[in-house]
Design a protein around this ligand. Structure first.
Ligand SMILES: Cc1cc2nc3c(=O)[nH]c(=O)nc-3n(C[C@H](O)[C@H](O)[C@H](O)COP(=O)(O)OP(=O)(O)OC[C@H]3O[C@@H](n4cnc5c(N)ncnc54)[C@H](O)[C@@H]3O)c2cc1C
Length: 385
């Protein structure tokens, strides 16, 4: 009987894993993917939706397109993962499996910080990107503040890109002279946790755009009456438009499952297998910050391929695939400039023996085209119409 493989989540990790397994198993496994969202959304393009450069249907595709590759797609909300029974429950059904891949991502909580939901805008969801688009449309100039709610959020470089794109857009709208842009972050310098080479380039770009950076700024609260964000050390930033990463928390379905331990969820960081159930793999934003990897699509992409290879090897009896490379890169689009930074996390991940090794692979407007090209490549490889 064909092995049953169940994939939870149709985001970056789930989509890559489903494609890799459909290719390598070639009929010798039954693959089912469950997501509550009927679409796969290409998150790196959310800021482009917010800034009006793309429409929602240009950055998403129906997950059902995977069925052309032999993957069964179920649109439902997962309510319970029961690994000791090899079962997953959804609102409408129940599924058993031989192998389980969990790639349920991080969960956004807009109510975790007082006043966030009404005062702050963000492109960390598609709905959020459309709301930010409306706010930018209504903005008539003033103080713009871009910042982060906490350390854990998808794509660490994205707030810097957003500040840069906003400068570009406000110039085009002839509102830049009447506006200030300030970005606040927990790190002392712009992306200084990625080392001096990247930080220097980002600082130079922000300076050339007149974007002020406030470092080591730990958010204490948002005061909606005075329209200020206030840091724990007392610093205050006035805003007319506030763009902030929402609070990201661990996925509640995984948190309450048997996969979790005192250090949620327990995995072997070399194979991404659950330490308790060796037919369960957990990858992506739901687990990466715990093993000192960033919540980034590139990382989960390599994890998904590696996990699919391990499952294929078990089912087929012998299969040599790719090993896992803890590498992340992000094409940072600043509108009239762009940067391609890359980090290798071998030293941070697993044993924290040293900092990530980072560098700038390229800089220039043309890198923006690479970002657009990558989105097209992503869909043509993984969700072809
Ligand atoms: C603005 C922005 C820019 C980014 N730019 C980059 C970039 O340039 N480079 C990069 O590498 N990464 C980037 N990322 C990050 C990248 O998109 C994520 O790290 C990646 O998508 C994580 O993949 P994942 O599979 O772990 O989770 P996700 O892609 O978040 O997928 C999780 C899926 O699980 C589903 N789900 C969750 N709970 C349930 C449930 N209970 N029932 C059913 N379905 C459920 C969700 O609907 C979702 O489809 C960016 C992210 C954002 C927001």
């Amino acid at each position: 009987m064909a092995a049953k493989i169940l994939i939870l989540g149709g985001g970056s990790g789930g989509l890559v894993a489903a494609n890799a397994l459909a290719r390598t198993l070639n009929g010798s496994g039954e693959i089912t993917l469950i997501d509550r969202n009927p679409y796969h959304e290409f998150m790196p393009s959310y800021p482009w939706v917010a800034f009006g450069f793309k429409e929602p249907d240009q950055i998403r595709r129906p997950l059902k397109l995977l069925e052309k590759k032999g993957v069964r797609v179920v649109q439902d909300t997962i309510t319970e993962i029961l690994p000791s029974q090899q079962t997953v429950k959804t609102e409408n059904d129940s599924f058993d499996y031989d192998f389980l891949i969990v790639s349920l991502g991080a969960t956004i909580d807009e109510n975790a910080i007082e006043n966030f939901a009404t005062e702050a805008y963000h492109p960390w969801t598609l709905q959020g990107a459309l709301r930010l688009r409306e706010a930018i449309h209504n903005f008539k100039g003033g103080d713009v503040v871009v910042g982060i709610a906490g350390q854990y959020y998808r794509c660490p470089p994205a707030p810097f890109e957003i500040a840069g794109q906003l400068d570009f857009l406000l110039k085009a709208k002839r509102l830049r002279d009447q506006s200030t842009i300030t970005i606040f972050h927990l790190t002392p310098g712009p992306l200084s946790n990625m080392g001096p080479a990247i930080s220097r380039v980002i600082a130079e770009i922000l300076q050339s755009k007149g974007v002020r950076f406030e470092g080591s700024f730990e958010l204490d609260r948002i005061d909606k009456d005075s329209k200020k964000v206030i840091a724990k050390d007392g610093r205050e930033l006035h805003y007319d438009l506030l763009i902030m990463t929402p609070f990201h928390k661990v996925n509640p379905v995984v948190a309450k499952s048997e996969l979790s331990g005192p250090k949620f969820p327990l995995i072997d960081p070399k194979t991404f297998r659950s330490q308790k159930f060796d037919n369960v793999f957990i990858i992506g934003d739901v687990v990466n910050p715990l093993i000192n990897l960033p919540p980034a699509g590139v990382v989960v992409h390599f994890q998904a391929e590696f996990v699919a290879d391990q499952i294929t090897a078990e089912i087929k009896g012998g299969y040599v695939g790719e090993s896992f490379s803890p590498v992340a890169m992000c094409i940072m689009d600043f509108g009239d400039d762009a940067v391609l930074p890359m980090c290798e996390f071998s030293k941070t991940y697993i044993d924290l023996s040293g900092p990530p090794s980072c560098g700038v692979l390229g800089r220039g407007k043309e890198i923006r085209l690479v970002k657009a090209g990558f989105e097209a490549l992503w869909f043509s490889l993984y969700l072809t119409r």
